[in-house]
Design a protein. Structure first.
Length: 358
């Protein structure tokens, strides 16, 4: 990554992408370091004098709320600073990991769900046809006019959230009922479990995009649909991800009908007891007038199988529970999370609401 950054920097090549923001952020750091060696150093060294510039670099990537993160204890005023090389590397890695696997997983599951629910796929294809047509390349404006597409994506993200949980760290001691959480406790928010709780999502294992229809969406209990997290630290790439997913799906469905093949075994997954088997998860494509051709199976793996850990957590909840307990019990200060986990399973959403904004 450092080599790529150096190459970009020294070749003078300028592109409109994330890496360019990172190069700019590094430049800001160097400029601020040079400036601070010339001037007498403030206690908060490494921060550019011109706060506007620092904000500008970050504002292309993060919202103002994120730039002025209240959780940074070193500064009481809004933070406008450049990034160190380590931070640039960390951001780049997060963007690769958070950006590729998640969208790829959603596309994988969505193509699978559409293949095994042909009636839903037909309805979606029809709406795409009406909104865009077959030969017109999809654009941002065009793909925004297909409400049923949003419904199908949301329902896929409910059933198979690529991030099965998120975390928050307690910034101060906090009490809920007879449970007290120490400052610094890491709290897991079990997105997958909440989105499969039958109290909030009747028949949680059935694929029903109508849950998100105009008539029904008001019934969704706040904070029970969390595929992109919630609050000031929710997913930075949400809009981009949805756009990307829509572009791929529309392009595919304009040309192809997704079908389950003899190699698509059952649902290809199981909620308990079995580890994900990628070989079972195949869908095929069929052009409108052609007979299905087994030799031309289109493997709907946009990306190789996402991490085993994610799948173990998602598909083998017993293992996941066990893992939670072992991991948290191994760290005495986090032991409370084991109790917290069972509490969350009973009354998820009030707690989640409180915790996300702690
Ligand atoms: C379907 C696709 C995606 C899903 C389901 C997803 C999900 C999530 C979730 C659950 C979080 C944690 C939010 C929270 O704790 O409240 C998160 C954070 C984040 N995501 Fe995504 N994500 C997706 C795509 C992307 C893409 C495409 C990018 C970048 C291009 C991205 C960048 C990030 C970043 C940088 C964070 C950390 C935000 C912060 O800490 O302030 N994500 N994502």
């Amino acid at each position: 990554m450092k080599e790529i950054l150096d190459m970009r920097k020294f070749s003078g090549q300028v592109r409109r992408d994330f890496l360019q923001l990172m190069v700019k952020a590094l430049d800001e750091t160097e400029a601020s370091q040079q400036q601070s060696t010339k001037q007498s150093m403030r206690p908060t060294d490494n921060f550019p004098e011109d706060e506007e510039d620092g904000a500008d670099v970050l504002s292309g990537v993060f919202s103002p709320a994120e730039i002025s993160s209240p959780s940074d204890e070193t500064h009481s005023s809004p933070i406008n600073r450049a990034l160190s090389i380590d931070e640039v590397l960390a951001q780049s890695i997060i963007f690769f990991v958070a950006g590729f696997e998640t969208s790829a997983t959603t596309l994988t599951f969505m193509t699978y769900l559409l293949a095994i629910h042909p009636e839903i796929q037909e309805k979606l294809r029809k709406e795409i046809d009406q909104a865009i047509g077959k030969d017109v390349p999809p654009t941002y404006d065009l793909i925004s006019r297909i409400p049923y597409l949003d419904q199908c994506i949301n329902e896929t993200l409910r059933m198979y959230p690529p991030a099965t949980r998120t975390e928050r760290e307690n910034s101060e001691e906090w009490t809920y009922g007879n449970l007290t959480l120490d400052k610094g406790t890491i709290i897991a928010i079990p997105i997958y479990a909440i989105q499969h709780d039958s109290e909030y999502w009747p028949e949680p294992d059935s694929f029903n995009p109508d849950r998100f229809s105009e008539e029904n969406k008001h019934k969704i209990v706040p904070f029970t649909f969390l595929p992109f997290g919630q609050g000031p630290r929710n997913c930075a790439g949400m809009r981009f991800a949805i756009y990307e997913i829509k572009m791929v799906l529309v392009s595919v469905l304009q040309r192809y009908r997704l079908v389950a093949t003899p190699r698509t075994v059952g649902h290809g997954y199981t909620h308990e007891g079995q580890v994900w088997n990628s070989k079972k998860f195949r869908t095929g494509r069929k052009t409108k007038n052609s007979k299905f051709n087994h030799r031309k199976l289109l493997k709907m793996h946009w990306y190789e199988l996402p991490t085993t850990a994610t799948y173990l957590r998602t598909f083998v909840p017993r293992f996941w529970n066990h893992l939670m307990q072992t991991v948290y019990c191994a760290k005495p200060s986090l032991r409370v999370c084991t109790q917290f986990w069972s509490l969350l399973q009973q009354t998820p959403h009030e707690l989640v609401l409180a915790l996300l904004f702690t």
